[in-house]
Design a protein around this ligand. Structure first.
Ligand code: HAM
Length: 428
């Protein structure tokens, strides 16, 4: 056992993992840009109140999972690592007066999030999200645009069998009456409620519906459903979102039990699952509308909607589905030499080639030429640049490791010759 390990619930992304994440991030950012979303970066920590007020203090994310930063004695601020980016982005929207920009303001970000969750496969304490937010558009068309964007992301990165689950959770006009009904339902069954849920019942009954406690599964299945109790405006909005999605050809399933785990949601709520994995509570991603959030954090009433897609879970599913790992290109050339001790010349030649923007490795081990050439082959290099006696005449041998041919090239012409060979190889 090594003396030090990565903290529980965190993972090192080794180069192969990092390459997968790079590809997911690049796909997400590229897709978001195609849809008119511009990148934004907010701090990884915020005043804890941004999350307490935004996400809601009676939620798992804030009550149990918030990574609070121990305040330094001289500072009154209470900070926390971000468990999600939406609250911070809305804080930035208000702080920078984005309500005066053309609406909606469409933003995207990708980065690490932190939740002090019980670690298990697909559930980490540091995980990555691809997030988009459209602030300032009441919908319903933008709701469908966002759901479709997420759906397309999974298709483009190659996840098979993604299902969209859709619901409406109402608004301040219709939700209070529904919550009363919900409270009555659970009160009547208080004797079978787990203690935390009984405690939450009076403070935030909606959260019982997304409880992770297995004891709640059956109870929740019989609970009254918001979908049957929407006010006319919410029902009309929900119907329009569905019509737009159908027009776009996005398949979806209405899931009346879907309420999401954060308090800021109103109306549209959605999640993406790989079909057959719903039972494990492993949503690949999710989002929804948050028409009250900007006002809640101190701005003017402004509607908004967005999603967060978990990149760790996408990487896991891609591996499970046997989707090909990202192919990593070897170096274009490896500089090797007949004199094992002359590492300086090998390094100098490689440095000049790198200055000419070529991808080149220098063999800096003091080993025989045969071994150096073997290693170049294993690297997947296209060429070996061999330094030998000809160097005195300003020449080197260039061996094409793929074709098995070899020729003499003037050292002054080396960068150009390699670049030309690479171009021919790629376009030929
Ligand atoms: P969320 O459902 O809490 O929503 O998280 C979104 C996604 O992040 C989840 O579906 C999951 O894929 C991933 N995720 C969450 N927790 C973990 C974890 N512990 N380990 C690995 N992956 C995890 C939000 O965060 C909202 N901000 C989404 C949103 C944006 N709503 C509106 N705009």
């Amino acid at each position: 056992m090594p003396a030090f390990r990565a903290p529980r619930g965190t993972r090192d992304l080794l180069p192969d993992d990092r390459a997968t994440f790079d590809r997911l991030q690049a796909t997400g950012t590229g897709l978001a840009s195609r849809y008119g979303y511009r990148p934004i970066e907010t701090p990884i920590f915020e005043q804890a109140a941004v999350f307490e007020r935004g996400i809601g203090s009676v939620t798992d994310v804030v009550e149990k999972e918030l990574f609070r930063i121990a305040p330094r004695s001289e500072e009154a601020e209470s900070w926390a690592l971000r468990p999600e980016p939406t609250a911070g982005i809305v804080r930035a929207y208000i702080q920078h007066g984005m309500q005066t920009w053309p609406q909606p303001v469409k933003l995207t970000t990708t980065g690490p999030m932190f939740r002090y969750d019980r670690p298990q496969a697909g559930r980490y304490r540091q995980f990555w999200q691809f997030d988009v937010e459209a602030i300032g558009d009441p919908g319903p068309a933008v709701d469908a645009e966002i759901v479709e964007l997420g759906f397309r992301f999974y298709a483009e990165v190659g996840v098979a069998g993604v299902e969209v689950l859709l619901n409406s959770i109402g608004d301040p006009a219709c939700r209070p009456a529904y919550i009363e009904e919900l409270v009555a339902y659970y009160r009547a069954r208080a004797d079978v409620l787990p203690p935390t849920e009984r405690d939450r019942l009076e403070r935030n009954a909606l959260r019982l519906l997304d409880s992770k406690d297995p004891a709640m599964t059956e109870l929740n299945a019989g609970a009254p459903r918001i979908t049957d109790r929407l006010c006319a405006a919410c029902a009309e909005h929900f119907a329009a979102v569905q019509a737009h999605l159908s027009l776009l050809g996005v398949p979806f399933r209405i899931e009346p039990g879907l309420v999401r785990g954060l308090d800021y949601y109103t109306r549209t709520a959605f999640e993406y699952y790989v079909a057959g994995r719903e039972g494990q509570q492993q949503a690949l991603g999710g989002g929804g509308r948050y028409d009250g959030l900007v006002e809640l954090l101190g701005g003017r009433p402004t509607p908004g909607i967005g999603f967060g897609l978990g990149l760790d879970r996408v990487a896991l599913v891609l591996a499970e589905q046997g989707s090909a790992a990202v192919a990593v290109d070897g170096p274009l050339a490896v500089v090797v030499g007949a004199d094992p001790e002359d590492t300086a010349t090998r390094l100098k030649v490689a440095t000049d080639l790198r200055a000419a923007r070529l991808r080149v490795r220098a063999d800096l081990g003091r080993r025989k030429l045969g071994r150096q050439l073997e290693a170049a082959g294993k690297d997947g290099a296209h060429f070996a640049v061999i330094l030998g006696d000809e160097l005195a005449q300003g020449q080197v041998q260039v061996r094409d490791l793929l074709a098995g041919t070899q020729r003499v090239v003037g050292i002054d012409d080396l960068a150009r010759a390699l670049a030309r060979a690479e171009a021919n190889h790629h376009h030929g």
